[in-house]
Design a protein around this ligand. Structure first.
Ligand code: SF4
Length: 453
């Protein structure tokens, strides 16, 4: 039998290994004289984060068109999320193309790109507060709880699902309170201890990068001490936005490694979940950080958000998945963008997620292939994008059910209006027609209307 040889690999197939090298931050005027040791210092990164239009101007004012800066200043004013961007992220943006840069799109709003919200967008679209038995704890899935012990992050994402609570108040949103004090943490621990079905706890926020080493240890030990808790996940976007913390905050890494080791001794699984969305968020600094975590026995999974203009084409999503795998981060989930206020231009359709899933599957090993998920608005939890009961592509309405989470209920995700036909957009502008379209989709999902063959 003749064995077929594969042709030599095209070098473009190895693009995921080509990470940004060197002192790339020096292209930014404000960092031109910053040496490597300073740039890798997480305290310096925190102190020099950009929070206002004036700080943005002082950092990049000489390399960007003033019209863009005025546009951004108005974007800052209208955004439901406060802006906070680390020098690492500023340096990763290609300021020659600020309007289309995938990293700028995620963190710095510009007024001219904002679109009106879809009528079904709400501030807490996942209804996390409805499933919260004590402040700062969400208990939605039977065996899993989400613990939210802080409200701050090193960088604020424009599209944050938890924009109802994360970051400082903004002109348009007064933030809800989470469990930000140790007293409130103990209420959460007591609740988890009182519920024997809870085996899995996600510690999020906010971002656990912001917890002190002492508090990582306090929270980790308290949760590991609960006999029925078997799995902990520390959630941080830090690896994407400030990876140097892993290299320069030894006490934080030691505290986390200590909890991982304690967990292992008890037969319990402790992992890190991170949140990288664009392949060029990953640089040599990220690779050194993930190598350090791997060396310390700390395993990392990634949860991306599918974002228009950031990762919603096949080439970029495939590159992201392969680059994460290359640095030993498992590409676990890709979430369809939640129905978050003020970021309509960042959302994609359910169909986009379905098409991407089909294209990405098969490009690498199955365990490194992400699940494409819709977190069902209204509290249905994470559903495989393909598992809708009905999908009205013309009006952009997908109906999901979640029998193990909320039996008997239906949940609706809506595609962004900008991708719909002008006729469908006109229908969404009329409240009575909105109700009729939704009722019709629900009736189809329940099999009460026959879909033409
Ligand atoms: S890091 Fe997470 S919690 Fe913080 S703003 Fe971004 S998405 Fe929200």
């Amino acid at each position: 039998m003749q064995h077929q040889q594969k042709p030599p690999v095209d070098p473009s197939a190895l693009a995921h290994r080509a990470l940004r090298e060197g002192a790339f931050w020096r292209a930014i005027p404000a960092y031109a004289e910053v040496d490597e040791a300073t740039f890798l210092d997480h305290i310096w990164q925190g102190k020099h984060s950009v929070k206002t239009p004036e700080e943005l101007f002082a950092t990049i004012g000489t390399i960007v068109d003033p019209a863009f800066l005025n546009d951004a200043a108005e974007g800052f004013r209208r955004a439901p999320m406060a802006v906070r961007v680390s020098p690492y992220i500023i340096a990763a943006i290609d300021w020659r193309r600020p309007y289309s840069d995938p990293i700028r799109r995620q963190f710095i709003p510009v007024a001219s790109q904002l679109l009106p919200d879809h009528p079904l967008v709400t501030l807490d679209s996942l209804h996390e507060q409805d499933d919260s038995p004590v402040q700062g704890l969400t208990h939605r899935y039977p065996d899993k709880a989400l613990f939210l012990p802080l409200q701050t992050c090193p960088v604020y994402c424009r599209f944050c699902t938890r924009s109802y609570a994360i970051g400082p108040h903004t002109e348009s949103v007064d933030k809800a309170a989470l469990a930000k004090t140790p007293d409130l943490w103990h209420q959460a621990f007591a609740y988890i201890a009182s519920r024997p079905e809870l085996e899995d706890v996600v510690i999020s926020g906010g971002d656990t990068f912001q917890l002190s080493p002492k508090n990582i240890t306090t929270i980790g030990e308290a949760l590991l001490a609960i006999p029925h808790v078997r799995r902990l996940r520390f959630a941080t976007k830090g690896l994407a936005v400030m990876p140097m913390k892993i290299l320069s905050d030894t006490a934080w890494v030691d505290a986390l490694a200590g909890i991982v080791e304690k967990g292992r001794a008890l037969g319990k699984d402790v992992m890190v979940h991170t949140h990288v969305n664009a392949p060029n968020e990953i640089t040599w600094i990220t690779q050194r950080a993930t190598e350090e975590l791997f060396r310390r026995g700390i395993l990392v999974r990634n949860q991306s958000v599918l974002i228009h203009g950031v990762n919603d084409d096949v080439e970029t999503m495939t590159l992201l998945v392969k680059r994460l795998s290359w640095i030993n981060v498992h590409p676990y989930y890709v979430y369809v963008h939640d129905l978050v206020q003020g970021v309509e231009e960042l959302r994609t359709s359910i169909q986009t997620a379905i098409d991407l899933e089909k294209a990405v599957r098969g490009t690498t090993a199955g365990f490194n292939t992400p699940l494409f998920i819709c977190d069902a608005p209204g509290g249905g939890g994470k559903r495989d994008v393909h598992s809708f009961e009905y999908y009205d592509r013309e009006n952009g309405i997908a109906v999901y059910r979640a029998p193990s989470v909320k039996p008997g209920e239906s949940f609706i995700y809506v595609d962004p209006l900008a991708g719909l036909s002008p006729q469908a957009q006109a229908r969404w502008a009329v409240p009575e027609l909105q109700e009729r379209m939704i009722a019709d989709a629900l009736a189809h999902a329940e099999g009460k209307v026959e879909t033409p063959a």
